[in-house]
Design a protein around this ligand. Structure first.
Ligand code: OAD
Length: 247
């Protein structure tokens, strides 16, 4: 796979790199997207009606069980060569921030360390009533446990429809976009705001911005370089081209 020279040079030279990833990065791990996960017992539910505070209030057990099911799908998956290439890139760049919209924890399992989770994480929990983080030693499958502090129901620590992004994560993501010299936008449709603004923020602050996706979408023509190929193939090829076979 031919990697354009300007990208190779920037990878070698950049001191500050920010990356935004979306569901496309996990596609080659076999992680089903929101909608694709609706099979079997869950086929009759609209995910938009399960992933909201209203849904949890109305039927906490149903929503909890849906998240237990989604966790089981992710636990059966493994990081792919795209995740591993990004963990490798982090080890080579002094100031590296990986911003992800994915809740599957695969970047961390691949070895990425400086990960900003804009939409939370399926494997973390907090109290629905007072928002306190909750550690669960064993995670019940059938119904949400209660918060030890206030007795409220425990929910997954993910962003639901109608909720704001975690403010600290968003601030960290914007700061990384503003100060980076290279911004990679990988496997995201670029339609869900405000995450989709990050590559444009980076570009207006002077970064070289690159999209990696299997097909042109909302970001087409808006960044400096667009590469259309599967991330699990392109990212390892990009690392080899920039850093040699040791990559
Ligand atoms: P989408 O499902 O909207 O888009 C996935 C993107 O990945 C598409 O642009 C595909 O073309 C691309 N893609 C698929 N396979 C790929 C591959 N092998 N290599 C590279 N690209 C590939 O997912 P996101 O953009 O992540 O929000 O969606 C953003 C948010 O919308 C999600 O985090 C979720 C959803 O509503 C919340 O849960 C809050």
């Amino acid at each position: 796979m031919k990697i354009p020279d300007p990208l190779i040079e920037r990878l070698r030279r950049s001191q500050r790199v920010a990356v935004l990833t979306g569901a496309g990065v996990s596609a080659e791990s076999g992680v089903p997207t929101f909608r694709d996960a609706q099979t079997g017992l869950w086929a009759r539910y609209d995910p938009a009606e399960l992933a909201s505070p209203e849904a949890f209030r109305a039927n906490p057990t149903l929503v909890w069980q849906w998240y237990a099911y989604r966790r089981s799908l992710v636990e059966a998956a493994a990081p792919n060569p795209g995740h591993l290439a990004l963990a490798d890139l982090e080890r080579r760049i002094a100031d590296f921030t990986l911003i992800t919209q994915n809740v599957d924890d695969l970047h961390r399992r691949a070895g990425s360390r400086n990960v900003v989770e804009l939409h939370g994480n399926l494997f973390r929990y907090r109290c629905f009533d007072d928002d306190t983080p909750v550690e669960l030693v064993t995670v019940p499958q059938d119904a949400p446990p209660r918060c030890a502090r206030c007795g409220g129901l425990v929910r997954p620590d993910v962003v639901w429809f109608g909720e704001w992004l975690p403010p600290q994560a968003w601030r960290t993501a914007v700061a990384a976009a503003e100060r980076c010299d290279l911004f990679l936008c990988i496997g995201t449709s670029g339609v869900v705001r405000p995450a989709a603004d990050l590559p444009l923020i980076a570009r207006s602050a002077g970064a070289y911005t690159v999209e990696i996706n299997i097909a042109p979408g909302a970001l087409d023509g808006q960044l400096d370089l667009h590469l259309y190929a599967p991330a699990g193939q392109l990212l390892p090829a990009m690392m080899s081209a920039a850093f040699g076979d040791a990559a």
